[in-house]
Design a protein around this ligand. Sequence first.
Ligand SMILES: Cc1cc2nc3c(=O)[nH]c(=O)nc-3n(C[C@H](O)[C@H](O)[C@H](O)COP(=O)(O)O)c2cc1C
Length: 339
Amino acid sequence: MDMREIRIKAREKLKGVCRVCANCDGRVCAGEVPGMGGTGSGAAFMENVRAFRAVKLNLRALHSSPVPDTGTELWGHSLSLPVMAAPLAGAAVNMGGALSEKELADGLHAGSRAAGTIAWSGDAFVPGIFEAGLAAVAAQGGCGIVTVKPHGVEESIRRIRMAEDAGAVAAAVDVDAAAFRPPAPGLSVGAGNPADLEKIVRSTKLPVILKGIMTPDEAVAAAAAGVSGIVVSNHGGRALEACPATAEVLPAVAAAVRGRMKIFVDGGLRTGADVLKALAMGADAALIGRPLVPPVVGGGAEGVALYFKKLASELCAAMILTGTGAVRAVSPRILYGSA
Ligand SMILES: Cc1cc2nc3c(=O)[nH]c(=O)nc-3n(C[C@H](O)[C@H](O)[C@H](O)COP(=O)(O)O)c2cc1C
């Protein structure tokens, strides 16, 4: 199977829920949440894509270097490239039942691992979804990051313990999903105060990551709570329509906590060059969301591995053309306008 065949098959199976656009930029699916789009007018999703595309790289090819090293590591776990599959859950509500939750989770996790990287599992405020992701991580011998929704301290700790038992590399809480929880009398809103976060961090031996940090002050608060990483993310523009693009806030957020934790970013990255831009702006690695949906729907694990292979070759080309020898040695100097 090649990517063209995979995309044709995905388009048939998705029946219009995702149009499998050549440029996944949020225009035709604007407002389709649940679904594959961005919330409201779709502006935050579209802005994410636009902002990464707007960053340019200095082309410098006057060198004779060995093949670039795209590898990196996370808490002792080697990755073939600084990119992972973002949490993507809700096959029934978001993908029109084009595949089962198990097929979605298994395909993302097995395909990512086949490509030498890992996937993050997802969660929801309904039963079944967290469990499918957790099982997929366990099936890969723990090669994956388990994401839990902000369920409150006790339930978050309970789910993170299950991630530990599955042997996961780390556990994440997607704090930007705070408004997705059905409000109920007596339940606090928000993703938890710094004391709650500290309790969660102290409850586990796993590195804890907060996904959905968009400001330097919250990055500093996350560091103070002892987290091991953050994801600069606005949930792919699915949570708050009126928020900036992740590429716009990444440099300042990264500068606030660099060296104290791992910094990840997602939202609108579409090419290997976009990944290199993210690294030059201060990220240790990037997550890819929606562009993995057609590959997993049309080609399962094989489609996902093929997608990462293409992305890795784009990243390698961008590294050659910016004189970047290794992911560990990306310089901000490669950003146009910086030097
Ligand atoms: C269909 C769908 C389901 C998602 N499910 C989750 C989830 O369960 N947990 C989570 O933290 N983020 C979830 N996200 C957000 C992604 O992990 C990621 O932040 C976002 O898609 C990145 O932007 P991109 O799609 O432009 O690459 C979901 C996104 C989509 C499109």
